[in-house]
Each structure stands twice: as C-alpha cells, then as structure tokens.
Design a protein around this ligand. Structure first.
Ligand SMILES: C=C(O[C@@H]1C=C(C(=O)O)C=C[C@H]1O)C(=O)O
Length: 267
C-alpha cells in the first residue's frame, strides 16, 4: 500500500479533519501526517516533500497549483472568530496596520475589504504576533489562528471579525485554506482518510471538545461553537468553486495577484 504524505494545518480550526482518528486505526489508506503552519505546508508541498497539503487559498493561486479538493476546506459563512483585526479606535485612512506574518490569505482578504470600503492610504507592516504587541506606533493588528484565543487580546475595544465583514460585503462564504496537490490521484486517494476523520469527529464531537478544551484552555461551549458554527469544513460544491473564484478575481482587481489561473476542483 502506498504511503501518502499529508500536511495538516496545526491550528485548532483543522482539528476535526486531522486529529480525530487514532493513529493505530486500520484504514484503507496509509497516511503519514505532518502538522505545521499553513505557509510552511505550502513550502513543503512545493518542494514535493508532501503529496497533499492544506494550504492558504492565496498560496494556491499564487503558484498556480493545478488541483484542489472540493470536499473539505477551512471556511466561514459569517463570523470566523479566529481572523480578527484589533484596534484601540475606529480605523482612519492612513493608519498603520500590522499583519500577522503567519498569514497568506487573510492579509489579502483584509486588503480587499479595506479597498471595497473605500480606504486608500492604509500602510502595512508584517510582524510576528509577539513583536506586534511591543510596537507602540501600530494602529491596528490582524491576527489569524489560535493566537486569537489568548487571554487579553479581546480586551482591545475594537475587534473586527473578517469572516463577518466578508459575509456582509459579498454575501458569500470565505475559504481560508484548501487541500491541494500537484497530482489529482494523490488528492483522490487522501479523501477516504479525511472522510474517516470527519465522520469520527461528527459522531464524537462532545467527547473531542471535552478533551481538547482542557488542553487548549478554552471554555467548552466556546470551543464547540468555534468548531461547529464559526469554522466550516464542508461547503456545497458550487460554494467552494464560486468562493475561491471570487477571491481570486478580487485579488487580481486590487493588484494582489498578477492574473487569473485555471485549476480543477476534485470531489
Ligand atoms: C480561519 C483561519 O484561517 C487560516 C488562515 C490562513 C491565512 O490567513 O493564510 C491560512 C490557513 C487558515 O487555516 C484561522 O486563521 O483560524
């Protein structure tokens, strides 16, 4: 049996897709799992150190990758909770925004939203989370992933949820990460393993959340809400295609991507 090298995002948002199957479980596919940040998984996929990986949607387009899964995504259709812009006061044009250095997709999502809203002179600086907190000249910062659950962050008076903002602006879900491969075969072969994980999650949600909430130090109802109401792991087939297409078109419109690339979505 061939071993598939799969890269799974190590953020909480991906737990239901990659952390539910016991490692010793007999499965029809043999998957060797590497957990890492989305941008690192993208680098490994480019180097062919991984066969299939969960990668930022923007990276998928930036490198014109040929194939993505239509079955599983990291998406939201309204508030996402873990992609937020924090600030002391209402944003003014000309403000300096620190962008989470981990992010590839949400930084472009923010730029699109600011452009659509009419801001034209925002300045940006890319920084790791810890460095942002030390900079006094920054007006707002964009954080992605698990750092949004750190105590103290929500104390800032203004917190703009980008998933909510996107939904209000375009009335459609937003897709933050996709599962991509160079070879269609590898994508199709990893699907049963992802299905197994996700089915296991759906059947045992309460037990998983109960275990994870202590380890992560997040109240149980909040974690359950995050993983079932904020983050969406599946969308209707048409929604995946139209969602990523819209994002790609807007990236081109605002000069964030050179051209529209074609690609295939597999189920
Ligand atoms: C929803 C999220 O989406 C993440 C945001 C990403 C980005 O901005 O590049 C990449 C992968 C996603 O898992 C999150 O950060 O929690």
């Amino acid at each position: 049996m061939k071993t598939l090298h799969f890269g799974g995002i190590d953020f909480i948002n991906a737990y239901p897709l990659v952390r539910t199957l016991p490692p010793d479980r007999n499965s029809n596919v043999k998957v060797e799992l590497t957990l890492a940040e989305p941008s690192q998984l993208y680098e490994k996929l480019l180097q062919h150190a991984l066969d299939v990986a969960m990668i930022p949607t923007y990276s998928f387009f930036e490198n014109a990758l040929p194939a993505m899964s239509g079955n599983y995504v990291i998406a939201s259709d309204g508030p996402v909770r873990s992609v937020c812009l924090y600030s002391q006061k209402q944003l003014e044009d000309g403000a300096l925004i620190a962008l989470d250095a981990k992010s590839r997709t949400s930084v472009r999502m923010l730029k699109i939203l600011l452009n659509e809203t009419g801001y034209q002179h925002i300045r940006y600086v890319s920084l790791p989370f810890e460095a942002m907190l030390l900079r006094k000249d920054i007006d707002a910062f964009l954080l992605i992933g698990d750092d949004n659950f750190q105590a103290g962050i929500p104390d800032l008076p203004l917190c703009i949820d980008l998933g909510k903002w996107w939904k209000e602006t375009f009335d459609t879900p937003f897709i933050y990460a996709v599962i991509a491969a160079f070879e269609k075969e590898n994508l199709v072969q990893v699907h049963p393993w992802l299905h197994e994980n996700y089915k296991f999650w759906e059947k045992n949600r309460t037990a998983f959340v109960n275990t994870w909430c202590c380890k992560l130090n997040i109240p149980e109802p909040e974690l359950l809400h995050y993983l079932t109401k904020n983050i969406l792991h599946t969308l209707n087939p048409g929604q995946v295609e139209s969602g990523v297409q819209l994002f790609q078109e807007l990236c081109v419109k605002y000069g964030l991507l050179r051209r529209i690339n074609s690609y295939q979505v597999f189920f």
